[in-house]
Design a binder for this molecule. Sequence first.
Ligand code: FAD
Ligand code: MG
Ligand code: MG
Ligand code: MG
Ligand code: MG
Length: 552
Amino acid sequence: TGGSLVASAESKSYDGMNVVNSHEADSKKKKVVVLGTGWAGTSFLKNLKNSAYDVQVLSPRNYFAFTPLLPSVTCGTVEARSVVEPVRRIIRKKHLDIHYCEAECFKIDAQNKKVYCRSAQDTNLKGEEEFAVDYDYLVIAVGARVNTFNTPGVEEHCHFLKEVEDAQKIRRTVMDCFERASIPTLSDEERKKALQFVIVGGGPTGVEFAAELHDFVNEDIVKLYPQVKDLVKITLLEAGGHILNMFDKRITAFAEKKFQRDGIELKTGSMVVKVSDTEISTKERSGEISSMPYGMVVWSTGIASRPLIMDFMKQIGQANRRVLATDEWLRVEGCENVYAMGDCATINQRKVMEDISAIFRKADKDNSGTLTVKEVQEVIDDICERYPQVELYLKNKQMNSIVDLLKESKGDVAKESIELDIEELKKALSEVDSQMKNLPATAQVAAQQGVYLADCFNRMEEAENNPEGPLRFRGEGRHKFRPFRYRHLGQFAPLGGEQTAAQLPGDWVSIGRSSQWLWYSVYASKQVSWRTRVLVVFDWSKRFVFGRDSSR
Ligand code: FAD
Ligand code: MG
Ligand code: MG
Ligand code: MG
Ligand code: MG
């Protein structure tokens, strides 16, 4: 098709809003609307190969941002321009019918299969446009917003570290704090206040920012601001007992010790209750409330659903949930042809115990009312695929197969002669669901979901002729797509001073310089384009040679 967005005058929707119709030229094509160009959305677009779709991409930011490098942008280790890639460059390479429009979706109407959007150009460009776009398939990948837990003053006085603009603002504010502390008329008290940096949240982002700031101060700032360098204080506040609690205990312990050596103050068990324009107040575990003055606060405590998604959830009967739920095929529960992935959604994993009767019925091929080991073995692959908790449970119990589990529950019986009725099967599997975990809100999950969904779209026609059953069992009602399965490839926690902690699958933990180099190479290789890869590597090299740039 030609131009992407041609608002046709005839097609006014019921409330008089322009309906965008980009599809007149090729009405046979199914219309796919993709909301968001972050990790999930971009990964979907990059992996889409099927030319049977007319794809409209809507996102208020016309670039993809490589978020794992945002903490490096805050202190000028990497430049902001090096971690973003224009969406239009990404889709141009695809040679498919993909169009982008810089707009924010403010309402999803699943009943009429429309999304309502508002143009999102810079605010000083006057004239906001509103329009509706219809879809056959909707892919929601809008990410999440920062969670302030409604703490008073956070919105007004704290910095967030979520978008590229946030990282740039932090960089300017850090330099402002140092320049302010260097003004000759200030008292020592005021200088100290300007150089008190507070980070709220001991997750990977907060920890990495604290480490990055510490390196910046000690490697570059000391030379440029010798008169104030000793007044700098970095404080990390964490409400829980430990920082990096999603990592292995060895990494947490190493990080806590390193911070202590580096002079980064770590206050665990300390919850922020209020932020004013000059002070941040915390409540300790003892119930005591204390306040400290600050120069800058960075708030990094987790995420919550965007208003757009909350509103959509009300429409589709998910009002009582906090995160949009999908099934294992990433289809939004409660509506047709709508998919959601990444930070804006979570997979509502099925419980074995809820499906146990159906599992039993399907497995009991001879309708004898009991299952033999042979009958169980025939369906076990399908069970493990649909219910990932089964494998996890067996792994934790150090068992090789489900037969061991049945044997344990059945007692002293030879393997071949095990027979279970439904109650016995329930008993054997009763603990399995305790292993269910929501997937973390990470780029790794979002990117894998994008690849998975693109693959489903690439093979959609195939699948439509094979509707799935409620349970996928070999030989009947089987559908073409496997449910989404996450593969954890490990996780990094940069701790500053060229030290990075890496936790790889199989509980392999490595901390130090070698993992720092692994970090450099993995992050260079994960770049979306050769252009950003070159830019990032160039920035790193520049920093090694000249140090970080400290201009505002
Ligand atoms: P996002 O990447 O946030 O993308 C959302 C997209 O939707 C954006 O393009 C946005 O502009 C767009 N959008 C928003 N609202 C609308 C709307 N109303 N209409 C249309 N479009 C909209 N994960 C890791 O695995 N490893 C890391 O090292 C790591 N480091 C991180 C560091 C930082 C500083 C941050 C903030 C996150 C980090 N993450 C990391 C997490 C990771 O970035 C997220 O999990 C990931 O971005 C989620 O992808 P997403 O596509 O769901 O959302
Ligand atoms: Mg996205
Ligand atoms: Mg992103
Ligand atoms: Mg998610
Ligand atoms: Mg039987």
